[in-house]
Design a protein around this ligand. Sequence first.
Ligand code: SF4
Length: 298
Amino acid sequence: MATDTKIEWCDHTFNPWIGCTKVSPGCDHCYAQTLMEVRHKRAVWGRRPVLTADGTWSQPRKWERAAETFRAKHGRHQRVFCSSLADVFDNKADDAWRGRLGATILNTPSLEWLLLTKRIGNAVDMLANMFSYDVPANVRAGATIVNQEEAARDLGKIRAVAAVTKLKPFLSMEPLLGQVSLAAADPAWHQYVGWVIVGGESGPGARPMHPDWVRALRDECAEAGVPFLFKQWGEWAPLDHVKLSRDLTPAASLMLDGTRVVHGGAPHIAELVRVGKKEAGRLLDGSEHNGFPEAMVA
Ligand code: SF4
């Protein structure tokens, strides 16, 4: 699915700057911080991010030059996830940097730019500044939502973003930390959300995800005709979804109370095992879910 990144839903990642500030429970175990602050000492979380080198900024032009070859092979355009190590709509990142990013996006019309943020409330104004109020057709904005509270708080903001972009925004529901009903937050959500990605948390301290939370979103998407991609279980998998190759210590398994689950079947307790992301895989009830939105206009 992906070409030069292990992320299932994109072909490339591009980081115009590095560094961020935590703003959501989804940030608690920020992978980017572990990698770029703790390990590589490239940025300090909570402070101003650091602009990346010109060599990094030249990557999108290289991908643009390969656009025809890619399209001939895959029948679609390359998807670029912007800011896997930062947040594109971070107030602490300079507007001038975002302006440079906007120019890069305009100069690479064959790339579909996925601008994923945990600050969707900034997106309308910042997009207007980046593109002089005319967001190009190769921009797809996305918002991370990890629980029902964020869904209730942010769907209206996503709707406002959809009104200024040509491609419908997407939701990245990773790490999914509780049961979410998008329809409960806004019955019209499917009119302006074009894609839903769901995933569990990986890495040290990862929080488990009840399988019924995933099923409920899968079913809501199917009902609404919105493409659904299940990215991964993460660190923890339901016991009945994995073949255990070894004995597990008690600390590696837990029972997750599913009594809050009200959609998609009777509430039940799930038994989860800590097997690691690789072994946990990405099958849900025996199937991969690889929904993608319609490709952007050629
Ligand atoms: S928004 Fe993303 S990069 Fe920033 S702290 Fe949160 S998880 Fe990390």
